[in-house]
Each structure stands twice: as structure tokens, then as C-alpha cells.
Design a protein around this ligand. Structure first.
Ligand code: PEP
Ligand code: MG
Length: 537
């Protein structure tokens, strides 16, 4: 038996025969070709054929993985038909008097490298798309095919790497899981795997010797086993059966309302950290996004993300959610979330330190850039903004003054701004205690239980040594939550929970009895929480 650990791309267990997939990379040689016109015509014809193939793939993906994911193939087509790329190929053909294959490969390398060197992780991941398009063009020029042919029997596919187009072309009914050496969690291949609901692992060193052997993928645990012993196999069958049973029951809740037995409707939203999480949001049928931790944009970047880069991301989230509520939290950096370029000093008590709104209110340049991006994006969907770590009414006045200035600036520039609810997170005891006053200044409250617990109980949420004292059900915490909900309602605003406690189904009934209006949980927790809501009186 061989056991390997890797990176979880998609959870779930798969047991079956391993099929080793070797990509036949197109071999490209440089040939002198004096007749540039002929080579350019060959290239143009290949580009047309490739565009046709991408259109077919779009149609196939539309049926199998939905419009949002299928859009990838339209994006590929746009890249393929990009004028700069085309000119670059033609320039190489006529400038160097070379064959079309060489020109396509050289231009593809140049463009892929350009993306690889971009700071934004999302754009960096696009270099894989460029390489995919280049391979497609080369396959057409060479008259070869690069599709994954699966046998009759469903298999676990083991490959060094998989391109999105290869992934979507696979027959899902013959695919149990896939395991790759390369592949980032941000890649479209990973997104497609998530959408398809196929267990997937990356970061596993693949061996061709595994071909035909029995394998087990435990996506959740990030474990891959080749040639399992009988007892391991038996344990995995049991784990898989339990998982399937659970899943089957939960799937029945898709499309069902988040409503209690007595008919009260609850808003059940999802928490996300980046664009890639949207797939799971849609897959798990969330009614909106209750917390987009925008700081991940800053953490993934090696410098302050620009207004434009942020705008593009926020706009995409809003458009993907198609009119459903999207609550984006402004930058919550500091404490455990550090980005070097902020130049934050080392602190004795970082959780009590210079973080979140405290940074925004003193680094107003950074804050204003984010707010401009957010308000610009508001024209593309149903946006709400919330501010983290607030402790006083004075802070809320300062925040609202800045946000008002930003909105006015945009209006003066003639940039449309949609109606935006502005709320605060209640995650400090000070905010909870003052929630009667704060409620008059904002449109909603979202209770951040992760921090509210740590500050109420004076227990560092990062410190493993304190686990035995960490009691999320502590009456002090529950009383504060109840008080916040009551104060919010008295002032006529809605109140939600976006901390981890919101997914604790042992508390759902209690929260709903307190009058809670909204719950925002990790996408994978949507269906279990929906079940708990629907079982509450
Ligand atoms: C919280 O504190 O509950 C919360 C949602 O914010 P974070 O976990 O990002 O601090
Ligand atoms: Mg918090």
C-alpha cells in the first residue's frame, strides 16, 4: 500500500481503478518558410477551427456545469481572437520567415509568461488558459487530438496536470475522481471539478506505475492511497457509504425555501473569500453572500490592489449572484492577517491592536480606494457593505462621512452608484453593549461571533492551548447576541450572524427564537443549516 498526501481541491471519497493520463504535448520545430502568406493563411484557418471547437465546448459545458462556468470557453475564444495575440503570431511568421506552429508556440509562451508575472493571483492563473489555447491551436495545425479518452469502467484519473478543456471534455459518468501533481486551487480546472462535484486532489507526485491499480481518494482529508490493504478499503467503503447517505438527504433540500415550520423566512447566505468560492455558493443554493472577506484580495497581492482590480472582482461577484444580496466586508487586515506592504509594526497584543477599521480610518487613502471600487461595482447588482471591528458611534460617524464623500465624488464624475445598504459587524463587546445606539446609525448588523467570543471571553482564538476554555456557547456570548438582535429590531434594522457559530446547527433553533433574520455560513454548511431551519418551529 502507498499513501500520499496532497492539497484538497474537492472533498469526497472515491474508490476505483487508477488511470494514468499522459498528455501528448505538441512537439514544435522551427522551420524556415519563405511563403509567409501561406503560413498566415494556415494560422487563420486553424484559429477559425479552434474557435468552432470552443463554441462546441461552450455548448457542452452549458448543459453540464452551467452558464457561469461555461463562460470560460467564451473567455478562451476571446483570448484566441485577441488582436494582440493574432498580430504577435503574424509578426513572428513574416518577420522571422517561420512556420505557423513555431509562431503560435512562441507567441503563446510570451503571453503566458506575461500573465505569470502579474501580481494578481487571478490573472496569474490565466496563464494556464493561454497555454491551453496554444495547445489547441497547435493540435489543429498538427491535425492531432488531445482529449482524455476514458474506458468503459469509471476511473480515478491521475495526471501531471489537467487543462480546463480536458476536464470538461471528460465523460463525468466514467470519472470517479482526479489526482494531479500540478494545479492551483484557483485554476479553472479546480473550479470545474468543484462544480462537477468530483473529488479532486493536487500536489501528489504521480507515478505511471499506478496505472490499473486500485486507488482511494479522500478529498476532505487530502489523502490518496494506492493498493490499499483490505482493512483500509473496508474502512473507506464505510466512510463513503455514510457520506453518500448524508449527501443524498441534503440534496433534497436544494431549491427549498429557508423557512421555519411556523412559516418565518430566514435569509441563508454564504461566506466567501474569493471569486473561486462562488461555484460552491451556487452549487449549495445559497440565497446570497453574507460575508465576502475582501482582505483576501489584499493578502493574495504583493502590493495594494488597485481600484480597478478590486472593481473587477466585486463586479464579478455581483454579476454572478445575479441580483441576490452580496455583503462585502471592507478590509479586515492586521492581527493574524498580515500583508508585508502595509508595513504594520509587530505588536504585543495584535488581536487588540492596529487592525481592520482602525487601519481604514487612519489610512483613508486605502479605505477610499476600496470604497470607490465597491460603490462603482454597486451598479451591477445588489450590494451591501459592512465594516468590521467597530467599537463606537463616533467610528460609525467617521466611516459614514468617508463613504458619503466617496459616493459624492463618484456622482460628480458621473459614475452611477446603486442603492447600497451599509451595516457594521458586531464583533466587539463594546459594539454589542452599545448596539441600541449603533442601530440608529446603520442599515443592518452582522454578528461576527469568532471575534465576539474571543473578546467577550478574553480568549485568544489563535491559541490552541486555550481550547479547553473556549466555550462558544458561553451564556455571556448568547446573551450579547440576544441583546444585539433585540436592539437591532427595536431600531427597525435586520440582524444576522456571519461568524462560525452561525453554522452550529445545535444553536439554530435558539438563534431563530431570538429573532435572528439572517445566517451566513461556509458554502458547504448551507444545506445542513437549511435542514435545521426547516425543522425549527
Ligand atoms: C468573525 O469575527 O466572526 C468574523 C466573521 O470575522 P473573521 O472571522 O474574519 O474575523
Ligand atoms: Mg472578525
Amino acid at each position: 500500500m502507498e499513501k500520499k498526501t496532497g492539497k484538497k481541491i474537492v472533498g469526497g471519497i472515491a474508490i476505483g481503478k487508477i488511470r494514468f493520463f499522459e498528455k501528448s504535448r505538441n512537439q514544435v520545430s522551427r522551420r524556415k518558410e519563405e511563403d509567409s502568406e501561406k503560413e498566415i493563411a494556415r494560422y487563420e484557418k486553424a484559429a477559425k477551427t479552434a474557435a468552432g471547437q470552443l463554441e462546441e465546448l461552450y455548448e457542452k459545458a452549458l448543459v453540464e456545469v452551467g452558464e457561469t462556468n461555461a463562460e470560460l470557453f467564451h473567455a478562451h475564444r476571446m483570448m484566441l481572437e485577441d488582436e494582440d495575440f493574432r498580430e504577435s503570431v503574424i509578426h513572428i511568421i513574416s518577420g522571422q520567415k517561420v512556420n505557423a506552429e513555431y509562431a503560435v508556440a512562441a507567441a503563446g509562451d510570451r503571453f503566458a509568461e506575461m500573465f505569470e508575472n502579474m501580481e494578481d493571483e487571478y490573472f496569474r492563473a490565466r496563464s494556464a488558459d493561454i497555454r491551453d489555447i496554444t495547445e489547441r491551436l497547435l493540435s489543429v495545425l498538427n491535425g492531432s487530438e488531445n482529449t482524455v479518452v476514458l474506458g468503459e469502467e469509471p476511473v480515478i484519473l491521475a495526471a501531471e496536470d489537467l487543462a480546463p478543456s480536458e476536464t470538461v471534455q471528460m465523460d463525468k459518468s466514467r470519472l470517479l475522481a482526479f489526482v494531479t501533481h500540478y494545479g492551483s486551487v484557483n485554476s479553472h480546472t479546480a473550479i470545474l471539478a468543484r462544480t462537477m462535484g468530483i473529488p479532486a486532489l493536487a500536489g501528489i507526485e504521480i507515478s505511471r506505475d499506478w496505472d490499473g491499480k486500485l486507488g482511494i481518494v479522500d478529498g476532505e482529508a487530502g489523502v490518496f492511497v494506492v493498493d490499499p490493504t483490505v482493512s483500509v478499503l473496508e474502512a473507506c467503503f464505510k466512510k463513503k457509504a455514510a457520506e453518500e447517505e448524508q449527501k443524498k438527504l441534503l440534496q433534497l433540500l436544494k431549491g427549498k425555501e429557508d423557512v421555519t415550520l411556523s412559516g418565518r423566512k430566514i435569509r441563508l447566505y454564504a461566506n466567501i473569500g474569493n471569486l473561486q468560492d462562488l461555484t460552491a455558493v451556487l452549487e449549495n443554493d445559497a440565497a446570497g453572500i453574507g460575508l465576502f472577506r475582501s482582505e483576501f484580495l489584499y493578502l493574495e497581492s504583493s502590493d495594494y490592489p488597485t481600484e480597478e482590480a478590486q472593481f473587477q472582482v466585486y463586479r464579478r461577484v455581483l454579476e454572478t449572484m445575479g441580483g441576490k444580496k452580496v455583503i462585502i466586508r471592507t478590509l479586515d487586515i492586521g492581527a493574524d492577517k498580515q500583508a508585508d506592504y502595509f508595513g504594520l509594526e509587530k505588536e504585543e497584543n495584535p488581536a487588540l491592536g492596529y487592525r481592520a477599521i482602525r487601519i481604514c480610518l487612519t489610512r483613508t487613502d486605502v479605505f477610499k480606494t476600496q470604497l470607490r471600487a465597491l460603490f462603482r461595482a454597486s451598479a451591477y447588482g445588489n450590494l451591501a457593505i459592512m465594516y468590521p471591528m467597530v467599537i463606537s458611534a463616533e467610528e460609525v460617524h467617521r466611516i459614514r462621512k468617508i463613504s458619503w464623500e466617496v459616493k459624492r465624488e463618484l456622482e460628480e464624475e458621473g459614475i452611477p452608484v446603486g442603492p447600497v445598504e451599509e451595516g457594521i459587524m458586531i464583533e466587539t463587546p463594546a459594539a454589542a453593549v452599545m448596539s441600541d445606539e449603533l442601530a440608529k446609525l446603520v442599515d443592518f448588523f452582522s454578528i461576527g461571533t469568532n471575534d465576539l467570543i474571543q473578546y467577550t471571553l478574553a480568549l485568544d482564538r489563535q491559541n490552541e492551548q486555550l481550547e479547553e476554555f473556549y466555550d462558544p456557547h458561553h451564556p455571556a456570548v448568547l446573551r450579547l447576541i440576544e441583546q444585539v438582535i433585540r436592539n437591532g429590531h427595536d431600531a427597525g434594522i435586520w440582524v444576522g450572524i456571519c461568524g462560525e457559530l452561525g453554522a452550529d446547527t445545535g444553536l439554530t433553533e435558539q438563534f431563530l427564537n431570538m429573532g435572528l433574520d439572517e445566517l451566513s455560513v461556509a458554502p458547504g454548511c448551507i444545506l445542513p443549516v437549511r435542514k435545521a431551519i426547516r425543522e425549527t418551529l
